[in-house]
Ligand binder design. Sequence first.
Ligand code: PMP
Length: 428
Amino acid sequence: MTALSPQLKQATPVLAERGEGVHLFGADGRRYLDFTAGIGVTSTGHCHPVVVRAAQHQVGTLIHGQYTTVMHRPLLELTDRLGEVLPSGLDSLFYVNSGSEAVEAAVRLARHATGRQNIVAFHGGFHGRTMGAGALTTSSTKFRAGIGPMMPGVAIAPFPTAFRHGWPQEQAVDFALDELDYLLATVCAPEDTAAFIVEPVLGEGGYVPADTRFLRGLRERADRYGILLVLDEVQTGVGRTGRFWGHEHFATETRLPDILITAKGLASGFPLSAIAAPSALMANARPGSQGGTYGGNAVACAAALATLDVIREEKLVANAAEQGARLLAGLRSTAGAHPAIGDVRGLGLMCASEFTDPDGRPDPATAARVQQEASARGLLLLTCGALGNTVRMIPPLIVTAEQVDEALTLWSEAVTAATSGSNTRLDD
Ligand code: PMP
């Protein structure tokens, strides 16, 4: 038999045969609570009937048009629908397939629009694995070690991570903004700087929510220097955080993004990403510089339209806020009983517990054991953070209170087992 690349190492032992709602059914005959949601993708749950019907219909009507060759209705309709939920002023959209491609597209657009080269990203950010997006990614060295040189013209500034320093949040924000000013004064001249790119909640970097004063500080500096503010909402968008866009938690009276990127939950599992910007800005993209063969695929667009319908009809943004608050409270209560959990963070249905040793240092080994103990109990989870010492929960937005409670019970058992020295044998 031909072997899979050893690079395709799985986080869980599951061979998924079928998905339904928040559950996956494995070839082992077991039912799993899927709190990974395909890394935050299956927003409406696995195989939501409305999404399935829309995709099936589209497959029988038109699979692929290639929208720079021929236009198709699902893409036009999706553009109208996204226009209803995007921040006002972001009235021009185009589509590619993945988060990384959308980040690359935003970099090209920002460089064209400003005629400047530098991009400032923030420490702990994850923007993808391609050579451009990878250059902006600093959530772990594993995404860059040995593969450089990456795209030049990138500088990294601190993101406010109070927990890491044991600081109050105010101090972490002051530090991040001071260091950004220092970077702009010493390394990245503002007149050479095209864009800041930031996630409203650090995703792969450890589920660290941003901060209103920090994001406002970026907006002020962007306005002052003519730098564009790119919000990477690949993981935080489309209801995940309990608001339609993650940045809405922090946006006050002013519009935050000049360019917004969305993907993952947008099409419930079909590959689709979108870049939104004001049309005057978008007009700077030079002909031929953006696009791609599969971008805005008709079936993916139809699935996205159905996803937006389901999110609206089933009030999934409100559900994400409600169940997210329940999940976070439950995780905090488990942390109260387990000193191995050094911090619990989250926003909506992006929740995480960070494992630390008795000296407060990151403890990836315990996090990995907890994740495996949870899998053994039928709860699928992923780790994140620079060293993988944070375990995150990102269930589909349809998750119910009962399912959250079931997951919390399994979680508490998994943490107890992983920290008590009597671990479940993983091949059991
Ligand atoms: N940006 C963010 C914030 C992400 O979380 C991810 C994926 N985890 C990406 C970009 C890259 O997306 P993709 O894997 O679809 O290329």
